[in-house]
Every structure is written in C-alpha cells, then in structure tokens.
Design a protein around this ligand. Structure first.
Ligand code: DUC
Ligand code: ZN
Ligand code: ZN
Ligand code: ZN
Length: 476
C-alpha cells in the first residue's frame, strides 16, 4: 500500500481550490492528496511548482486529410509528442467521415493512425459529412455507445458543409442518442460570395482570407445553428468563437434558456488579421490562415470578457498544422493563385496552455482555478471524461502537469515538438511553462525532453456528455 510516486511540496491547483499538498499516486491513479504523505517508491520535489491536471485539448486535428488540400503536418506520433511537451495528457482529435463512406470506416481509419503511435491519451469526435438515415439512425447511436460520444458538423467547406435540413437531422439524431454536437459556424454562401468578389478584384493574397469571412459571417451561422438547436431541443457547442459577434449570439441564446456551450482558442487572444498580411502582403501571411480568422485587438478584449463572464467553457488550440514550405505546404503553387486554396489551420497544441497562463493568469485576467477549468476540467466534464480525467482528486487518472509559473520562454520553432516547419507564435514571449508532464503516473516529458514511449497513450472510450441529449421544453 505504498505509493508508486509522491509529488511533494507543490501547490496543487484544481478548478475548485489551490492548496499546498502532496499527491500520492498508485497504479496510475491519484490515491491521496494530503499533507505530509508517507514516502513512495519515487518522489518528485515540486517545491515552487504548480501541480495541475494535465491539459485536455478537446479540439485538435491529427492525420486528417485536410480541408481539401495538402496532408497534415502532424500524425498522432508528432502531434501527441507536441501535446505532452505543452503540458497536455489527453487530446480529442476528429475522425472525419469522407462522403460516400460510413462513420465506422472513418473511425477504423483514424484508429489505424493513432493506436500504438500516441504519447498521450486520446478519444475521437466524429465529423459527420454524409448524414444518411443509416448513418444517423444506426451508426451514430452504436458509436456513441462505443465511446465516440461527440460529433462535429460544418456550415462551410465544399467537402463537409451541411445544409439546414441536414443540420436539423443531425441535431435531432444526436438528441435521440445523446451525442454532443459541435458546430463550425461560418456561412458557406456568404464566404463563396465574398471570395469570388475578392478574386475578381485581384485580391488573392493570404490576407484576403480574413476579409472573405468577416465576423458577420460567423455571427449569422451561429444564430442559425442556435435556431436549429432551439427547434430540435438539442444543445450544441459552438467551437472556435473568434470575437464579439458570435459571443453575443451565445449570450442571447442563454438568456432564452437555451443550452449553448462555447469554445474559444489561443489565436483569438493573441493573433490578428494583420498577421495575415505577412511581411508585406506576401505569402508569409499564409502562416496565419485559419478559420475563423483571427480578428483584432478589440476582439481579444471581447474574448477575455467572454472568458470572465462564462460565455466560454473551453479554451482549445484547434491545432490543425500544415507545412509552410514546399510543394505540399500552405503556400503550394495553387495556394499562391488565391487565398481560397491555402489550407485553413495552424499548429498550437504545444503553446495553448502557456499562452492562456501568460496572457490570462499572469496578466490577472483569470484565476488559477479558471485556468484549470478552461484547459482541463471543463473539457473532461463536457466530453464525457468526468471522474476520470481533469482533476487532482482520488480515483482520477494521475494525469498531471508540473508548471513553473515564473519560467520565461520565447516561443520559437526551434523548441517546438510538432511536425510543422514553423510556429505562428515565433518570438512571442510567455511567462509560465510546463516543467514536466505526467501521464497516468509516468513522467512522459521533463524540461522539454520526451521521456514517454510512443504508444503509451491509449484510446479513451468516453461516456455520454452530461450536457447532451434532449433539453426539456423543446418544440420537438
Ligand atoms: N475548422 C477547424 O475546426 N479547424 C481548422 C479549420 C476549420 O475550419
Ligand atoms: Zn498504416
Ligand atoms: Zn471548424
Ligand atoms: Zn478545428
């Protein structure tokens, strides 16, 4: 009944409390949190460090044939390596259904990529692009039962967009089987219209990506998704909210008693559309092309306000990495002809927690409790991992990040562990950095060095979300 590992003398932070305490770990789980715990077979001195739940990044893309363009820069090996280097112990990537194929085939393909390759634990959200009656009526309920308890739908992109009827059908089916619905809110028609108008005017540089999808495009789609949620009585999570306009829709919906959840990401408090101008309206702006695009500094303040007032439950990376250089990079020959061909997405899983800590906690915009809730606990609760992940409490997996709150780091490609050949945050200075990452009681990263074994991360069968299912008072 000895502990396998005792983390001694640190400051334990959960979404509820901060306390000086030791953490005793046995068989990969937290066995005790207390004062002066007896010795374990191994001891880590955490004096001066914060002892927090390992990060859970519930929005990352790995090995996903990407948005109609080049292959992704991260598969599960490099993507999860980058994740643990950034203090994370769980990621939730997507299993994308290709149209004309089944959800089961998608899940099998992504397991083939992930199983035995991952440095941290992982589960999958489904991306539904072909919502046939068989997919919604048979496959989806069976997959939810098997632990794939959330799905994402898109309101834009040729190869993924669903029309309103299809969105309603998916929401309704999700309500029946208790899947949590994540929605990419940007309107397809408006983007097409804006894109073609810009191209006709010769405005094809990466910067015009941001111009082609302004905030009203996101706001309109958010409103439409919320309306579909109300009509079907099915809660939704609006992902990657970029600014005030979509936030206001969430507030409005909550005021009506609707259960609408919100996610924002590091890029929406640290990058701007001006970054897409590159050095001089040149191709280097392509490094920042993601969707929705980053906005401006006033938007950052709006997002901080949304974080402080509970609009957002989760803070994710939307890690969606592409190479910059080369014929298969973001600025591939076709992408140079127009922003419309630049693959949308940026690598961020490794810097999500440092950016939120530095910009949020260090600058006194959020508390340590909010930091833990936004980076870990809420992700676990919302996505069906409550009681297992996301807290430092007896019975939970011993997934822990030892955080040095004073360490100053200048983010650069040189210190990243991802597969991409650049980071959009090159030169960005942060205070606070993960000193070690512990996955189910094993130190898998220390001082930037990867100590875990490839394949030590396992698949997580997730429970149904407590937020999902049919809300009472629905029209349906
Ligand atoms: N949506 C995402 O969630 N990630 C990258 C690009 C996109 O459109
Ligand atoms: Zn293979
Ligand atoms: Zn999206
Ligand atoms: Zn995404």
């Amino acid at each position: 009944d000895d502990f396998d590992l005792v983390i001694r003398g640190g400051t334990v932070v959960t979404a509820a409390d901060t306390a000086r305490a030791d953490v005793g770990i046995r068989d990969g789980r937290i066995a005790a949190v207390g004062l002066d715990l007896p010795g374990g077979r191994r001891t880590i001195d955490a004096d001066g460090l914060l002892v927090m739940p390992g990060g859970i990044d519930s929005h990352v893309h790995l090995a996903q044939p990407a948005f109609g363009g080049p292959a992704m820069a991260d598969g599960f090996e490099s993507g999860t390596r980058s994740a643990i280097a950034g203090g994370n112990t769980t990621v939730l990537p997507f299993a994308l259904q290709a149209r004309g194929t089944s959800l089961r085939e998608a899940v099998a393909a992504y397991h083939h990529e992930a199983d035995g390759q991952s440095y941290c634990d992982y589960g999958f959200h489904l991306i539904v692009t072909d919502p046939t009656p068989a997919v919604l009526g048979q496959e989806l309920p069976a997959l939810v039962e098997d632990g794939y308890s959330s799905l994402k739908v898109f309101m834009t992109y040729d190869d993924m967009v669903l029309n309103d009827r299809e969105l309603l059908e998916v929401f309704d089916a999700a309500g029946d089987c208790g899947a949590l619905v994540m929605v990419h809110c940007e309107g397809y028609d408006a983007i097409r219209f804006m894109t073609e108008r810009l191209e006709r005017a010769g405005k094809t540089a990466p910067y015009y990506h941001a111009v082609s999808r302004p905030e009203p495009v996101e706001r309109e789609a958010a409103h439409r998704a919320i309306t579909h949620s109300e009509i079907t009585g099915v809660p939704i999570m609006i992902v990657h909210v970029s600014g005030r306009e979509a936030m206001e829709q969430i507030r409005w919906a909550r005021g009506r008693g609707l259960r609408i959840l919100g996610e924002t990401c590091a890029q929406y408090v640290s990058l701007t559309a001006d970054d897409l101008k590159g050095l001089n309206m040149d191709e280097t702006g392509g490094k920042y092309v993601c969707s929705p695009p980053p906005r401006d500094r006033e938007s950052w303040e709006a997002i901080w306000n949304g974080i402080a007032t509970g609009v957002f439950q989760t803070f994710s990376s939307d890690h969606c990495p592409f190479f910059f250089e080369g014929p298969l990079g973001k600025m591939n020959p076709k992408a140079r002809t127009s922003f419309r061909w630049v693959p949308n997405g940026i690598p961020g899983v490794e810097v999500r927690m440092p950016i939120l800590f530095s910009e949020g906690v260090v600058k006194a915009r959020i508390s340590l409790q909010e930091f833990v809730a936004l980076t870990s606990t809420n992700h676990a609760r919302i996505y069906g991992l409550g009681g297992r992940k996301g807290s430092i409490a007896p019975g939970h997996d011993a997934d822990i990040v030892l955080w040095d709150p004073e360490r100053r780091v200048t983010i650069s490609q040189e210190i990243m562990h991802h597969g991409a050949d650049y980071t959009p945050w090159e030169g960005f200075e942060v205070t606070g950095w993960p000193q070690a990452t512990i996955l189910r009681g094993e130190v898998v990263m220390r001082e930037g060095e990867i100590l875990g074994a490839r394949g030590s991360g396992g698949f997580l069968r997730r429970d149904r979300s407590p937020m999902a299912g049919r809300a009472r008072g629905a029209f349906a």
